[in-house]
Design a protein around this ligand. Structure first.
Ligand code: GTR
Length: 327
C-alpha cells in the first residue's frame, strides 16, 4: 500500500509538472510516437516543439506522447486523420495501405544507402510524396531517419533466403511487407510493434525485422538472439500533422509549424547516427550473434514480383524509375 501511495504521488507529481510545462501555452498540440523518450524521433519532435514555442512567442507548444501512450501506429494514424492527435511520427509502412505513393519508398532495396535515401527524399520525389498526404487528411511535414532494417529471430542464424523458408516473421501492417515475406518463402505475420516482444517470447512468431535502435530500445534483442544484416529495407519515417488541426491555425502559424518541422530534420539525423552506434554496441555486448557476411543478391532478385504488384501504375513506376536514377 505504501509502495502504491509513493507511486501514485510520483505519478501525480509528473502529471502536475507536465501540466505546468504547458500552462502558459495558448495551444498545446499533441504528438504521438511509438518509441521511448530519448529516441531520435521523439527528441527531434521535442526540438521542433521548442522552436515553435520560441518562434510563436510562447503561444504554440507541442506535447510529445512517446512510448505508444496514444496507441499503436495504425490506430494513431486514424486518430490523427480526425484531429484527435495533432502530429504523428510514424514509419511510412503503416501508411502504405492508405497512400499509394508511400509504397514506393517502402519497396525492399529501393534505396542503395541512407545517403541515397536522403538525396531522394530531400528532392522533388520527396516533395511529391509529402504532397500526396494532403488529400487523405494529413499534412506531410518532414522525413526522419529509420536506418536500414534487417531480420532477427530466436531460432537460428539466417545466412540465406533458404533459411527464412517457413519461418514466422512479424512485419509492419502493410501489404508490401506481407508480399515481401511471401516472396522470400516465409510466413508474414503483420502485427503492431508493441506485441512483438511477447510474440517472440511466447513463440507466436520466430522473429521480426528492424533497425539497430528499434531492435535495441524495444528489448527485442533480449528474446531474439540472431541478427542478420541483410538490410532489405531503408524506409523513411515521416512526421505528419492532422489536416484538421492544421486548418485551425492561421497562415502565419502554419508557416511556423512547417519551418520548425524542417529545422528538426538535421537534429534527427545527427541523433540517429549517434544512436545507431550506441544501439549496435549495446546489442553486441549483450551477446547477440550478428551475421554480417551475407550475399544480398538472392534477396534482391526475389523482390521482382513485389515490385510488379505494388509499383503497378504509370505514376508509381515513374517514381521508382526516378528514385533509381537519383545518383
Ligand atoms: C521502427 C519505426 C516505427 C515502427 C516500428 C515497427 O523502426 O521507427 O515507426 O514502424 O519500426 O516496426 O512497427
Amino acid at each position: 500500500m505504501k509502495k502504491f501511495n509513493t507511486l501514485a504521488a510520483a505519478l501525480l507529481a509528473t502529471t502536475a509538472f507536465a501540466g505546468a510545462a504547458f500552462a502558459d501555452c495558448e495551444v498545446t498540440l499533441k504528438s504521438s510516437d511509438t518509441h521511448p523518450d530519448g529516441y531520435p524521433t521523439v527528441d527531434a519532435v521535442k526540438h521542433m516543439g521548442e522552436l515553435l514555442k520560441e518562434r510563436s512567442a510562447g503561444r504554440i507548444c507541442i506535447e510529445v506522447f512517446h512510448s505508444a501512450q496514444l496507441g499503436e501506429e495504425k490506430d494513431t494514424i486514424e486518430q490523427t486523420k480526425f484531429g484527435v492527435i495533432d502530429f504523428n511520427r510514424v514509419s511510412m509502412g503503416p501508411f502504405n495501405n492508405i497512400i499509394e505513393e508511400t509504397k514506393v519508398v517502402s519497396l525492399p532495396f529501393i534505396f542503395r544507402s541512407t545517403d541515397h535515401m536522403h538525396r531522394v527524399m530531400d528532392g522533388p520525389v520527396g516533395e511529391e510524396i509529402l504532397a500526396a498526404f494532403e488529400p487523405h487528411g494529413f499534412v506531410g511535414l518532414a522525413y526522419f531517419d529509420g536506418g536500414s532494417r534487417s531480420f532477427y529471430n530466436k531460432q537460428k542464424p539466417i545466412t540465406s533466403v533458404d533459411d527464412l523458408k517457413g519461418m514466422k516473421i512479424r512485419v509492419m501492417q502493410s501489404d508490401v511487407f506481407v508480399d515481401m515475406m511471401s516472396a522470400l518463402g516465409a510466413n508474414a505475420t503483420p502485427m503492431p510493434y508493441g506485441e512483438v516482444y511477447s510474440g517472440i517470447q511466447t513463440g507466436v512468431i520466430d522473429g521480426a525485422e528492424n533497425n539497430w535502435p528499434s531492435f535495441e530500445s524495444s528489448g527485442h534483442y533480449e528474446v531474439a538472439g540472431y541478427y542478420t544484416l541483410n538490410q532489405h529495407l531503408i524506409v523513411p519515417e515521416v512526421l505528419v500533422m492532422s489536416k484538421a488541426s492544421y486548418d485551425k491555425l492561421s497562415a502565419e502559424d502554419q508557416a511556423l509549424v512547417v519551418q520548425a518541422a524542417k529545422d528538426s530534420i538535421p537534429v534527427n539525423r545527427e541523433l540517429w547516427a549517434a544512436r545507431e552506434k550506441e544501439s549496435e554496441a549495446k546489442v553486441r555486448a549483450a551477446g547477440v550473434e550478428v551475421i554480417s557476411e551475407i550475399d544480398k543478391t538472392p534477396f534482391i532478385e526475389a523482390m521482382v514480383p513485389v515490385y510488379e504488384k505494388h509499383a503497378n501504375t504509370p505514376k508509381l513506376q515513374d517514381l521508382v524509375t526516378r528514385i533509381q536514377a537519383t545518383e
